[in-house]
Design a protein. Structure first.
Length: 331
């Protein structure tokens, strides 16, 4: 019995000796860091995001229930879609929610290792042959889903600027970047000034003409004419914070996406004048059938701009614009 402990000690000593003489095992080394950040999402991942988004939109649109949007839609798109559901219900389905295809013709993916991450999807044309949409999909953190942040309509005749392939990704441009003709945050604010002041804006010549601006001006003139003699009509546009994303283009410019809030206010100045609220959607939003003093309409607008590189002689241009009425108040 006394030999067993001695044998055990010898065995342990032998193992220790062998371990001391053995060469060190090769250690794995990390791969060299890439020269640029990788694309933030693969084409396959983007397709799955769009598929999930399509399923969520279809279910919510069918029931006109904004609570069903939560898994894949965030603000400001959530407020926009919710308002469209109110409109559809108020008009007995005659004014349906905006068609949002979730099949892509082109995808613009950010090249970044940081969050939030935002990709742009140029959709196929809707079945009703309306303009193609640009879907803005945002991921707030590494464990968050990509969500629909907003959408916008491509304007007639627009050619999207060339961007890097989705497998490579497009560089993310800082909101205050001086590599462009105008920084992204200034570009959005300047266009808001143009929409508010029209040709009186000092930035009027910095932007190419576009169909959405023509429509806005035509509607403003009609509204001003409608209240002439009994009141005044005012319309203002304000940029909301900094752009949600700016993605570089092949030529050194950038596609810049931002949010505007527009306020259209009719103020009555003639004693006894009233504004009848005949539109069932406005009635649903305001809860009133007549305005005795004023009527205020709020819209959420999604703007997609192309900003040329610094030193360019080309004007900035509007690629897509969407405006959704999200609130109305009567007093």
């Amino acid at each position: 019995m006394s030999r067993l402990p001695r044998l055990t000690v010898v065995t342990v000593g032998l193992v220790s000796l062998l371990a001391g003489c053995a060469p060190a095992l090769p250690q794995p080394t990390p791969p060299p860091a890439p020269a640029v950040a990788p694309a933030a999402v693969t084409p396959g991942q983007s397709s799955r995001v769009l598929e999930d988004l399509g399923t969520v939109l279809a279910a919510a649109d069918k029931k006109l229930d904004d609570k069903l949007l939560a898994p894949r839609v965030q603000e400001p798109a959530l407020e926009m879609r919710s308002a469209e559901y109110v409109r559809a219900k108020a008009t007995d389905g005659k004014r349906e929610p905006t068609a949002l295809p979730t099949t892509s013709q082109a995808t613009i993916v950010p090249r970044t290792e940081a969050w939030p991450r935002t990709q742009l999807v140029v959709t196929d044309q809707p079945a009703d042959l309306q303009a193609q949409r640009i879907l803005v999909l945002k991921q707030d953190g590494p464990r968050d889903q990509y969500m629909l942040w907003g959408w916008s309509r491509l304007l007639p005749g627009v050619q999207m600027p060339q961007t890097a392939r989705p497998e490579i990704g497009s560089p993310v441009v800082a909101p205050d970047s001086d590599a462009l003709l105008v920084s992204p945050q200034d570009a959005i604010a300047q266009y808001a000034d143009v929409l508010t002041k029209d040709t009186k804006s000092k930035y009027d010549d910095d932007f190419a003409d576009n169909a959405s601006r023509d429509e806005i001006n035509d509607l403003r003139k009609r509204n001003e004419k409608a209240v002439k003699g009994s009141g005044k009509y005012e319309e203002t546009y304000t940029a909301e914070d900094e752009p949600v994303v700016s993605l570089g283009t092949i030529d050194g410019g950038a596609i810049v996406v931002g949010q505007l809030t527009s306020l259209a206010k009719t103020t009555l100045t003639l004693d006894g004048a009233k504004v009848p609220i005949s539109d069932p959607f406005y009635r649903a939003l305001s809860g009133k059938k007549t305005a005795n003093k004023s009527f205020l309409r709020t819209s959420t607008d999604i703007l997609v701009l192309y900003v040329p590189p610094a030193g360019s002689d080309a004007p900035m241009s509007v690629l897509a614009f969407e405006s959704v009425i999200t609130d109305a108040k009567a007093s």
